[in-house]
Design a binder for this molecule. Structure first.
Ligand code: ADP
Ligand code: MG
Length: 559
């Protein structure tokens, strides 16, 4: 039997790919810059093992030149370059990655940062360009070549003049169409912002000539423009720096540069993990609740980088809902990306990272609570509600994680306390953790139901948030102590007056109680003589699981 090769209609394939795998056209710049960075990396790795080669950091860079008049954008690098064969193989065969091959050949060496692997990124240039020209001279070669293509109709290769080793990619930017603007890819400010967004942490300088405005010499109000070559990217990501070299201010600057928020973070968390999945992360606990935080519009998530290149703006899988206030980024070299490098192929690594991060956030919050109480209370003021929602949702499965982080106002301390503090202060004869719900502390204070408990000298937690009681129902017990609403039927407190007394009172006032019950017929279930009241004549109480406050909330809920 004869075995035949599949024939691919490469023209069509190319078109399909170019127009379907990337969600944003601006990605082309990320891809070309990543390739340039890979090319420089390759020289760097070669120099590590080849004594005749030296790597002088200053002579390696990536440069962008936009020419509006001719509608061209040039991206050049001083990387390893390509031979004629390499131009044909790597740029002429779709899904052929010279970078992946390089990684495999040099597997023994550590610390690979090479980004490329799929062999398609280069073609993204055709999303914005009609013609792509590549001029390249390979390391160790005397000749240079020019590769040129209009995308669909294949390519040409011819010898060309180029003095230095490296690659130049010239894009003939498309004309604007009715619904697509291409001019923007020739605008300095736009290019700058795309570089900042995706390629800020490429390790080699990305240079560009930009126009700046300055005061004319000798003048106080006249300005003049001048051209200047600038390095656009920050290069060394803060998360790869040594923690000991970084100050609180460095982190704060990063927070505001990244526009994570307009406040100052209460705390930063810098994580470097070298385990089953390697990653670096910088996380922040904001100080203030973002204005849209408790609305549907708020989007949780962390920035996700693969090897310093931005993959996802808001990766929501990295944060549980109850920590949705956390801001920051994760960079990992171990992610398996899909071909567009915009989404992840498997989420095993991501799940591991998310799990680690979750633990870390919790322990950092706990240490904040322990060591910087004031700051914690500030944090709790802003995001405590979210923690309580966290306990309430998922049927209380998060209570182990979150219950130690809860705080409620205490009748005794006149400030917020943790459940642990409450329980550790409980007198021996106290069976329950008591709470009272109401709109404000002042109102709760005046509730007749609190009297007996307070008289006993027991502490009462004041619940003023809608969610409080619902969350506590999910916690159920804390350190083996059950929670008890002061308005529940049985408070578990032995009243000084004996049982008989209430019974006889009940007998004595039978007519009165009966009459009251008749008048309130559909409003209450029963009217009883109470042993819990001290100075108030009456109070409401409940028998079941749902307290009066909860009933109010449930009744107010739509649907
Ligand atoms: P990938 O980067 O995933 O390998 P690309 O389509 O982006 O795929 O690039 C294909 C190949 O072309 C690269 O693997 C590399 O071998 C080669 N290449 C692309 N750009 C350059 C460059 N600027 N310098 C040297 N080689 C390059
Ligand atoms: Mg690439």
């Amino acid at each position: 039997m004869e075995k035949k090769q599949f024939q691919a209609e490469s023209k069509r394939l190319l078109e399909m790919m170019i127009n379907s795998i990337y969600s944003h056209k601006e990605i082309f710049l990320r891809e070309l810059i990543s390739n340039a960075s890979d090319a420089i990396d390759k020289i760097y790795y070669k120099a590590l093992t080849d004594d005749t080669l030296s790597f002088d950091k200053d002579s390696y860079y990536i440069k962008l030149v936009a020419d509006k008049e001719n509608r061209t954008l040039k991206i050049s690098d001083t990387g390893i370059g390509m031979t004629k064969e390499e131009l044909e193989n790597n740029l002429g065969i779709i899904a052929k990655s010279g970078s992946l091959a390089f990684k495999n050949e040099n597997e023994s060496k550590d610390g690979y940062d090479i980004i490329g692997q799929f062999g398609v990124g280069f073609y993204s240039a055709f999303m914005v360009a009609d013609v792509v020209t590549v001029i390249s001279k390979a390391l160790g070669s005397d000749e240079a070549f020019k590769w040129e293509s209009t995308g669909a109709d294949g390519y040409t290769i011819e010898p060309y003049e180029k003095d230095s080793v490296g690659t130049e990619i010239l894009l003939k930017i498309k004309e604007n169409t009715e619904d697509e603007n291409y001019d923007e890819y020739l605008e300095e400010y736009r290019l700058k912002s795309i570089i900042k967004k995706y390629s800020d942490f490429i390790r080699y300088p990305i240079k560009m000539d930009v126009t700046e405005r300055k005061l004319k010499e000798g003048s106080e109000n006249e300005f003049e423009d001048y051209r200047e070559e600038q390095i656009i990217n920050s290069m060394v990501p803060i998360w790869r720096k040594n923690k000991s070299e970084l100050t609180a201010e460095d982190y704060e600057n990063f927070y505001s540069e990244k526009r994570y928020g307009f406040d100052k973070p209460i705390k930063h968390i810098h994580i470097s993990v070298d385990g089953a999945v390697r990653y670096n992360a910088i996380l922040f606990i904001p100080e203030k609740t973002p204005f849209d935080y408790y609305t549907k519009e708020y989007e949780k998530g962390l920035e996700l980088y693969s090897n310093g290149v931005l993959i996802m703006n808001k990766c929501s899988d990295l944060l549980p809902d109850y920590f949705s206030f956390v801001k920051g980024m994760v960079d990992s070299e171990d992610l398996s990306l899909n071909i567009s490098r915009e989404i992840l192929q498997h989420d095993r690594q991501l799940k591991l990272i998310a799990k680690n991060i979750n633990k870390k956030i919790k322990s950092e919050l706990q240490s904040l609570l322990k060591n910087e109480r004031e700051k914690y209370e500030e944090f709790y003021q802003s995001f405590g509600r979210q923690l309580k929602y966290g306990i309430y949702s998922d049927f209380g499965s998060n209570k182990e994680t979150l219950q130690d982080l809860l705080m409620f106002y205490s009748s005794k301390e006149k400030k917020v306390v943790t459940l642990d503090e409450y329980v550790s202060r409980m007198p021996e004869d106290q069976k329950y953790i008591y709470y009272a719900s109401g709109e404000t502390y002042e109102r709760i204070e005046k509730l007749p139901q609190t009297e007996l408990v307070a008289e006993k000298g027991y502490e009462i937690l004041y619940f003023t948030d809608d969610i409080d009681e619902f969350a506590i129902k999910m916690v159920m017990t804390y350190k083996d102590k059950e929670f008890k609403s002061v308005s529940s039927g049985d408070l578990g407190i032995e009243a000084e007056d004996s049982h008989k007394n209430t019974e006889s009172e009940e007998q004595e006032n039978k007519d009165l109680l009966g009459y009251m019950k008749q008048i309130l017929s559909d409003k209450v279930k029963d009217v009883r003589a109470s042993k819990r009241l001290k100075t108030h004549p009456v109070c409401l109480s409940t028998d079941g699981e749902v307290t009066i406050e909860m009933e109010k909330i449930l009744n107010a809920m739509p649907g």
